[in-house]
Design a protein around this ligand. Sequence first.
Ligand SMILES: Cc1ncc(COP(=O)(O)O)c(C=O)c1O
Length: 456
Amino acid sequence: MLRQPESTEPPRFDTEGTDQQMDRFEYRSNALWCEEVPLAAIAAGFGTPTYVYSTDTLIDHYQRFVKAFDAIRPLICFSAKVLSNVHLLRLLGRQGAGIDAVSGGEMYRAILAGVAPERIVLAGVGKSPEELREAVRLGIRCVNVESEAEMDLLSRIAAEEGRQPRVAIRVNPDVAPDHRTPTQTTTGTRGGKFGVDLECAAELFRRTAGDRSLRVEGFHIHLGSPIFDPATYAVALDRLLELVKEVETSHRAVATIDIGGGFPAEYTDRSAPGWDDYAGAIVPRLEPFTRRGGQVIIEPGRTIAANAGVLLTTIRYLKRSGDRNLAVLDAGMTHLMRAALYDSYHFMWPVTPAGQIMPASRDQPWTDGLIEYDVVGPICESTDYLARGRAMPPLGAGDQIAIFTTGAYGMTMTSNYNSQLRPAEVLVEGDQVRLIRCRETYEDLVAFELLDSDIP
Ligand SMILES: Cc1ncc(COP(=O)(O)O)c(C=O)c1O
């Protein structure tokens, strides 16, 4: 979270309550720092837009998440769709994390990061035959199968390969999160594209009993993202455990329960329950299962990574449109998609605020001396707004703006639309800064296009 310069009053938003998502981005002497490095120095050294990650924050969040669920000793598979840079996956892998992959590309990244196959799970409603074959050959921990047709294909591939992959059936528990989860990111309600209906899961589990090519040994759920009420997990788990009881009574034992991800991040100030609150709803329900040798898998993403990253940008122009003040950044929807896609809120603030003005809080930054800006990007689309009517200290062209809580679903959702170049990524550790992904070049943009001279 942000911190006030030492010489002035501490801000309201960092003084009480849980600090589970404390991060190492803080204001000191009117300048934003990541760990022991001023962000202005990163902008000077690497340019903008650049994603900046804090090693300490990423590891701290991962380790505290592990601790919250310690009683059931889960395999924690970090969700690579959230943040997929190989260096960062390696960092988490060295902390003991496995990887939740949703494509062959993410499995490839996980292996490149040194994560052992037995710590990789593969989900996805439309896995290709090649992706399934790769999972079988690698011998990953679990293929989370999402339909009967996929089960049949996996069985054929496994037979051809002479292997017996471990499989969980992804179940749609038909549990709706509360209104704070966007409908676009709700995944466990009836009629959706993910998983098999709860009432069909037992039959599919039974059917695979005689299949010598598969070890179908459990169930998987993922309710959506983010899930703000721990009770949503409780309801879903109660339904899932009913299913486990049913199949264990009539068929065979269940060895794996994968509860997916969905744990929130603090986009504003203490808007999300703590990890202990989620553990409080989940652990007692799963403890009997783990006590008799069952393995729980959890696939957190944003809750670990979101506050470990900021998008560092520069203001190109200031202009007026009607009665609006516009700040035009060098980053837009192609560099950070979430605002245009989900109308998501990201706190943003100058790296060196004019007048040393600090926000009253992340969600209600009003304090004296602020001006309202619409913050837009350079993309030729009317939806290319990063924020509307956002109160900030007076801005100037050339100022750098940090967009917070962008370590999750930030870089991984970037695109080359408008032939924009994807940002660079840097990793800070203490007073060290490391470039972990180069900024793209125009040559990169056309690298896969066949020019006349390439066509025989
Ligand atoms: C199957 C699965 N697991 C885990 C996640 C990670 O979700 P979150 O970032 O909310 O933890 C997702 C996100 O969509 C997912 O689809």
